[in-house]
Every structure is written in C-alpha cells, then in structure tokens.
Design a protein around this ligand. Sequence first.
Ligand code: PLP
Length: 412
Amino acid sequence: MASLSPVLKQATPVVVDHAFGSWIFGTDGEQYLDFTTGIGVTSTGHCHPKVVAAAREQVGKIIHAQYTTVMHKPLLELTEKLGEVLPAGLDSVFYANSGSEAVEAAIRLARMATGRPNIVVFQGGFHGRTVAAASLTTAGTKFSAGFAPLMAGVHMSAFPHAYRYGMDEASAVAFALRELDYLLKTRTAPEDTAAFLIEPALGDGGYIPTPPAFMDGLRDRADRHGIKLIFDEVQAGVGRTGKFWGHQHSHAAPDIIITAKGIASGFPISAIAASTETMSKAWPGSQGGTYGGNAVSAAAGVATLEVIEEEGLVENARLRGNQMLAGLKEIQTRFPTIGNVRGIGLMAGIEFTAPDGTADAATAGAVQQATVEQRLLTLTCGPEGNVVRLIPALIVTEAEIATGLERFEAAV
Ligand code: PLP
C-alpha cells in the first residue's frame, strides 16, 4: 500500500469531486469558493466550456508530437496568438512545461546571449523549485534549505518593500536602486552580469506589487550596462494584475519574458519570449524537453487567450481587483492584527502582524485554516508565512468577490 509523500502537505483538507468557474465541489458534499485557483493557474475559472472543448477536440487528434521532431498545429496557433499580446520586439517563443523550466531556459538564454555568468535577483523573489530556479529564489529558506550547493553566480539585491522598510514607496525605490548600483560596483561587475530577474509583483514572496519606478530603474541600468532584463510573469502575467502583463504598469519592457500558470487554464505549458536576435544565441539542443509545448496544453492555451479576449477578462481582473482591495482595506480597519493590505488586480495579500509589528505567521495560518471552515479557499505566502493571499479566477463576479470578502472577514 502506498500513500502520498508528506512533502505534499495540503493547505486544506479538501478533496475535489468536480469544479466549475470559481467553485470547487468537494467529496465532502461542500461547495467552496476557490480563491486559490491552483495557485493562480485556472485563469478562466475551472473547466471553462471553451477550454474543455478545445482540449477534448485536441485529444482526439494528436496528444503528443515532440516539437523538435514533428511540429503540431496548436503550438503554431498559440505562438501566433501570443504574438498579439507579447511586448513589441519579443517575436521568438520557446516552450516548456512549467514555470521553473521556463525560468531555467531564460537564464540559460541570457548567459548564452551575453557570454556573462551572473544573475541578479531581488529579495523575496520566487522563481521555482528545480535546483537552478531554487538558487534564484529568495522568498523563504524552505525553498532551498537542505540541498546545497546551489547554482553559482546568483547575487541578491534589495527589493523596494516600502511597508517592511517603514518607508514611502519613492524612498524604498531609491534605496533599492542605490543598493543595486552598489552591488554592481562591489560584487558583480556589469561586464560579468548577464541578467536582472524580477517578478512584476512578488508572488510567494508576499504578494507585493513591484513599484513601477523600480521596474523603470532596472530597465535604465540594463540598457546602460548591456544586461538582459528578464520579467518572470509566471504568476503576475496573463491578465492577473488588471493588465495583460504585470510589467505594463510600468514603462519598462523586458528583453526576455517568462509566462506559465494562467496561460492554459490549468494545462501544463510555459513559454519564454525574446527577440529573434537574442533567441538565436541559443543553439538547437541547448533548450527543450520531451514534453515541452504539449499539443493538448497548447490547444487549451489558444482557447484561454481567446476567452480572455472575448470575455474582457483583463478589465474584469482590474475591476474586481479594485473591489477586492477596497473591501480588504475596509476589513483591515476592524482588525489591528492586519498590519498591511496590498495587491494589484486579482492578487491580494493580507499581512498579519503582532502588536510590535513583527510577522505573525500563527495568526495568518489560523485565518487561512478558518477560511476553509467558511468554505473559502485561500493560501498563505511570504518569507515569514504571515501573509494570506487571495487569487480568484479572472472570471470572478462582483457577487463572488462580495461573498469572498464576507467569508474572509468571518474567518479573521
Ligand atoms: N515563477 C513564479 C513567479 C512563480 O510564481 C512560480 C510558481 O509559483 C514559478 C516561477 C515556478 O513555476 P512552476 O511551479 O510551474 O515550476
């Protein structure tokens, strides 16, 4: 007899029977409002009819044709669809299965394109769990403790976390940019630095929107020093922040962009895009994997992008996100244990703090558990585990957000 490994410690006791839209129906007969969406994956909601139909149809045509052997139509179609939303000039796309693999592909590409070894990451960033991706992750020790040595050539710089620093945003940005300039003078010279890697909003690091001025400051330094600017849009991309890409809240454009999660509503696929000039610095054989760019995932990806466009889901994310954030800020006024509420679009983080301002992970954990009793599914995050995060699907309705807020307040 086998059982699931204890590393798969569940945040909720729920076993899903079926799910639709924003709702999960458990084998316990309960109906849960899902503000976890498979950690920001089921962008068009659970089992959107158009995504289901596209996947069903594709399964009957071809499931897998390894893309360096035989190309298939869905990947060509997905590439064309992505071309409509990718930042100008990023016209060459490569596919993998997960965010971590795409992060690794982007790092390999940046090193190959510049001939430089080092990568600068920012405190609180989360980029995945493979050894290389974990080496780039500073969102908590649990992601890399116990399996050192990690990948060499990674340097961490400050993230402009205004609330944590007790600063206003402009001061936090100025401080973090000064720290970066200092790092480039003392620890990794520009001529040794291949890339800056950053999320447009920290995900596992605590749901903290990256200030646009910081993104702009990174672009400026990347241009000055010939460093590749990589935006990890795995969690913040595909409409989640109320713009198609999280970085579009700033003026900065990436040299390399990474997307996964919401791109196919739950089917595993990830992509990186860069200019053809940059992408051609990687040679055939240096990137790829057996399952990358799976045909069924790609078909689901095409359907997902169509649904997002047809149903105006980017705008819905903005509107419902504003509603959620306003509601949470109001709830905050009634609970001194909530130290900070922040978010962007349908990414909201509620940070629990003790009276002396230190992180209160126990309360965040208890609240997350209590939301399940209220039939609302939530997750925690943050390096200290004291943030409850809400990640509704992009199709979430005004009434569902209102219900979610009521249930969340009852849990607190
Ligand atoms: N990058 C970011 C910003 C993420 O949020 C995640 C996953 O949560 C990853 C990378 C890794 O993606 P995956 O879990 O698909 O490997």
